[in-house]
Ligand binder design. Sequence first.
Ligand code: CMP
Length: 140
Amino acid sequence: MALERTFSIIKPDATRRNLTGAINAKFEAAGLRVVAQKRIQLSKAQAGEFYKVHAERPFYDELCEFMASEPIVAQVLEGEGAIAKNREVMGATNPADAAEGTIRAEFAESVGENSVHGSDAPETAAVEIAYFFSGLELVG
Ligand code: CMP
């Protein structure tokens, strides 16, 4: 399997509860390396741009409000098959459906406040990484 990079967000519900280290420990235990990371607070407009594929969904406004409500940690994770591996470690979007031991099973509060975001495909990973990081910030 090829060495890949994926984009990850530790969401406001998790930063608020001081879970950044606990979540990173899960990534690292799974063989994912944090190769870029920054803690920032998004504006609602910036969150809206990031999640624009969901603009027609009924939860879009609530999602953007939430993502701008408190700081997030934006990250690039690297590893063998990083996109699929990260999705496995995160667990299902709805914590009620997430497998035992996954981040969302352990930490997520609801389907909306679900602690982490991860890219779903190589194309989205590239776009999402470029939205948050310049090439100079990716040190490997
Ligand atoms: P994420 O992987 O960041 O991608 C889109 C997000 O929309 C998703 O995680 C959830 O946090 C959120 N989401 C998906 N479905 C719902 C829903 N039914 N209600 C509220 N938020 C949702």
